[in-house]
Design a protein around this ligand. Structure first.
Ligand SMILES: Cc1ncc(COP(=O)(O)O)c(C=O)c1O
Length: 384
């Protein structure tokens, strides 16, 4: 039995959750002004690094007294640098509801062996945000990329907290409003919402985080790559473009291009509107079809970037094999690339809806998802 294919195809089939689709206006010639073969410490290189920092501040609305640093090893580097440099001064609450948050729990409990209260929720759910004691440090992921569950807002974070909040916002920054007064450490990678390149992470510190860095020395040794202070003082250069080690000036140029594009679509509010529109199209599709649903149970926690879906049709015999087969069909038709669920997540699909994706492409892809579903059900029935 052959199911008829939809007539319209997405212009861009890239729906990966990282590295994410490049901005629609991207092409390699846009990077021709990169400071290649030049020292990153020369005026031209430092100028570009500073522009990356200040462009980030401008678009994300980060307060003037917050430090923004470009650090090694993408988002992971930025998060681990913060965990290793800041934690251990007091008890910490570790919140996790998917794979990356769980990775930070492992760092803190198994590697650093810190006194931690670990609060976890299954994929699709979120921890009890009302139960957090903000006299402790609190580590959490704003948007769980592998479950599609995000915190609904920052209202649950105490304004007068004694501990620090450390937030992995890699799949949230540039797609969601981040309340800077509630966040002491925030991290993200260029490869996510703006469709930049990996390699470098962004580390954003509140004045309270800086105060902790300057007044607390962890009991464990720190490799050079994690060191943010020298002789008890913040290394200010890191936050003005004098990076710890050599950055990729090609990746920097690419990020500058992405920031320019972000400005051209209306800055942060424009980016949020684009992500909302994309995710809204996927949510509407789930409402219209009873064989597919959002993994995030509570609508208030549903991501507008990494939208995770599960198949709910009783005819499906092997959920994991079925989801993989659907993703494979869409990839083979060059309709949707890289939309299989994350390897540790429940079987299903994950469709990136961040602002670099065009809503018209999501809308063109969804009928194909229905086609792949029906085709796979038919093929499963024929095989039985
Ligand atoms: C929430 C979250 N944290 C951390 C990472 C790791 O990011 P990177 O590979 O940029 O270090 C990812 C990557 O997808 C992520 O989604």
């Amino acid at each position: 039995m052959t199911i008829e294919q939809p007539a319209t195809r997405p212009a861009n089939p890239r729906f990966s959750s990282g590295p994410c689709a490049k901005p629609p206006t991207f092409d390699l010639t846009k990077l021709a002004d990169a400071a290649l073969g030049r020292s990153h410490r020369a005026a031209v290189g430092k100028g570009k690094l500073k522009a990356a920092i200040e462009g980030t501040r401008e678009i994300l609305g980060i307060p003037a007294d917050y430090r923004i640093g470009i650090v090694p090893a993408s988002d992971t580097g930025a998060v681990e640098m913060a965990l290793w440099s800041l934690l251990g001064e007091r008890k910490v609450e570790m919140l996790a509801w998917e794979s990356f948050g769980s990775g930070w729990v492992t760092d803190v409990v198994k590697q650093l062996k810190i006194d931690a209260e670990v609060k976890t929720a299954d994929y699709g759910q979120i921890v009890d945000l009302a139960s957090i004691d903000f006299s402790n440090d609190v580590v959490f992921t704003w948007n769980g990329t592998t479950s599609g569950v995000r915190v609904p807002n920052g209202d649950w974070i105490a304004k007068d907290r004694k501990g620090l909040t450390i937030c992995d916002a890699t799949s949230a920054a540039f797609a969601m409003d981040l309340p800077w007064d509630k966040l002491d450490v925030t991290t993200f990678s260029w490869q996510k919402v703006l469709g930049g390149e990996a390699a470098h992470g962004m580390l954003i510190l509140s004045p309270r985080a800086v105060q902790r860095l300057e007044n607390y020395t962890p009991a464990w040794p720190l490799p050079k790559i994690f060191q943010l202070t020298k002789a008890g003082k913040l290394i200010e250069g890191i936050f003005t473009g004098a990076t710890i080690n050599t950055p990729s000036m090609l990746a920097v140029e690419d990020y500058l291009f992405a920031l320019d594009w972000a400005r051209s679509v209306g800055g942060l509010q424009g980016l949020i509107a684009r992500a909302d529109s994309n995710a809204g199209a996927v949510h509407a599709f789930c409402d219209q079809n009873d064989w597919i649903g959002n993994l995030a149970e509570d609508a208030a926690t549903r991501s507008n970037t990494s939208v995770c879906l599960k198949f709910t049709d009783a005819r499906i015999q092997d959920g994991s094999a079925f989801a993989k087969a659907v993703a494979k069909r869409l990839e083979a038709e060059n309709i949707a690339l890289d939309i299989g669920a994350y390897r540790d997540a429940p079987a299903g699909l994950r469709i990136w809806c961040g602002g670099t994706v065009e809503t018209s492409d999501i809308e063109a892809m969804l009928p194909w998802l229905a086609w792949a579903f029906e085709t796979e059900i038919a093929s499963q029935t024929e095989a039985a």
